[in-house]
Design a protein around this ligand. Structure first.
Ligand SMILES: Nc1ncnc2c1ncn2[C@@H]1O[C@H](COP(=O)(O)OP(=O)(O)OP(=O)(O)O)[C@@H](O)[C@H]1O
Ligand SMILES: [Mg+2]
Length: 444
């Protein structure tokens, strides 16, 4: 059901009527209204008004799915689209995602799989609508970009915990959007009208950090010639964001722990305590569990964080790179700049140790140094160029290199569990196996 109580309407387009009926049945069980067409042209003729989601085949006789997708985007830009493809290839997926598809599912799939996917896409749509309202309320709030499985999964985690009062720890590599996550958590919660106050624990000396957080009374220490409200008090009802929390001294960690347990704040040099209902969100760049194991971070404080969100590194969602680039170009007023396929191939194959922030920097630098309408590999910084090929392997196209890299990374992340990797890549095991051989991939 939608907010207004009417059923969610799904449109299915597949030239195979049996497939349409299968989908109709599978989705009606979940309470969706499902219509279908067996022709892309007929669908466009009938119009797309009133639908909340489109499920389309990618291979159809009179118009292929990508072309159809282009036309759909023109007619109804915001309509979420899931493409159904018999070829789980990265190439088609990337093209489809570039054309604005929200997700894709490889045939054959089970009724449960398609229901799960539909639910996921509708969740993200809801989140995006929420975010759009936020933007209207608070202009210039930076946005998450990306519709990869990894990011969609991350958005869902944010949406699930945003509105609780649980304290949240965000960890992840540098430049992966930890601060952005903290802002989103606040914006998506009922606290959004209340203050969001941030402090970087690594950037201020310890004594100052303590008085910043807890405040002080007049005469608390030399130079305290007036009383001062701390950040925790000031954030009453809102969110306190403690960035780089691993940089906090053990003594201050203890004080923070007591605040998180009791909700009580006592200013330095003061006697009275005040109850403060502020939600604590913290971010850590270093591996905070390792810091705790090494005794540098209090584990009781670590356990006090009820939810632990981990921002995905950019190399785990490379397929979002074209979209990220597009939106940065638009944001900076370079909407007319194009990136050649070869240059895009390099941008997608690079490891991005500095993640989205590094991508922003590379793009900014490139635009400054190469004020051209078309950016080619020569315009990109040296570090993006792979070392010259000295192998006996057949030369791979840039797209293939990107695919090889992604398969390699996923295999590494699953410790070469091929079934799991195939699942994550949404290809079948046989296809994965063939690609491992084709790309000469080997484990450690
Ligand atoms: N998924 C994303 N979509 C759009 N922009 C992103 C995304 N992730 C990060 N960014 C952008 O990248 C930059 C870095 O993000 P942010 O400051 O939130 O990262 P961080 O994890 O806090 O980094 P650090 O560890 O270096 O402090 C910001 O400009 C942010 O808007
Ligand atoms: Mg940060």
């Amino acid at each position: 059901m939608d907010n207004d109580g009417s059923a969610t309407r799904i449109l299915v387009v597949d030239d195979d009527a049996v497939a349409c009926e299968f989908l109709q049945e599978a989705l009606q069980i979940s309470g969706y209204d499902v219509d279908y067409f067996t022709s892309a042209k007929e669908t466009l003729k009938n119009g797309l008004a009133g639908y909340d989601l489109l499920l389309s085949d990618i291979r159809m006789p009179e118009m292929d799915g990508l072309e159809f997708l282009r036309q759909v985007r023109k007619a109804r830009p915001g309509l979420p689209v899931i493409l159904m493809t018999a070829f789980g290839s990265l190439e088609t997926t990337m093209e489809a995602l570039q054309e604005g598809a929200w997700d894709y599912i490889s045939k054959p799939f089970s009724p449960e799989e398609i229901r799960e996917m539909v639910r996921k896409v509708l969740d993200v749509r809801k989140l995006r609508q929420l975010r759009r309202q936020d933007v209207e309320n608070t202009p210039k709030e930076p946005q998450f970009i990306g519709s990869s499985a990894a990011m969609v999964d991350f958005y869902k985690q944010i949406a699930r915990v945003a509105d609780s009062s649980a304290s949240i720890l965000i960890s992840g590599e540098s430049g992966t959007g930890k601060e952005l996550t903290a802002h989103s958590l606040h914006q998506l919660s009922a606290r959004r009208e209340k203050p969001f106050l941030a402090v970087n624990c690594g950037a201020i000396p310890e004594t100052l950090l303590e008085s910043e957080l807890f405040g002080f009374e007049k005469g608390a220490f030399t130079g305290a010639d007036h009383a001062h409200q701390g950040l925790l008090e000031a954030a009453q009802g809102g969110t306190v964001f403690l960035d780089e929390i691993t940089e906090m001294s053990p003594a201050l960690q203890g004080k923070l722990l007591r605040f998180m347990q009791s909700g009580e704040v006592r200013r330095l040099g003061g006697h009275d305590t005040k109850h403060v209902a502020a939600r604590v969100v913290a971010a850590a760049n270093r591996d905070i569990e390792k810091e705790a194991d090494a005794g540098r971070f209090r584990s009781d404080l670590l356990f006090r964080f009820v939810v632990h969100l981990r921002t995905p590194p950019l190399r785990a969602h490379r397929e979002d790179i074209p979209q990220l680039i597009d939106s940065l170009l638009k944001k900076w007023g370079y909407a007319n700049v194009r990136i050649s396929d070869e240059a895009l191939g390099l941008l997608m194959a690079y490891k991005w140790p500095g993640n989205v922030r590094e991508l922003e920097n590379v793009l900014r630098q490139t635009l400054l140094l190469s004020p051209f309408a078309l950016l080619t590999p020569e315009n990109l910084p040296e570090k993006l160029h792979p070392p010259s090929p000295v192998s006996e392997r057949p030369l791979l196209s840039l797209l293939e290199r990107a695919e090889r890299q992604q398969i390699h990374d996923i295999l590494e992340s699953t410790s070469w569990n091929q079934s799991r990797a195939a699942q994550l890549l949404r290809i079948d095991r046989k296809t994965l196996h063939a690609k491992i051989i084709r790309y000469h991939l080997t484990g450690r």
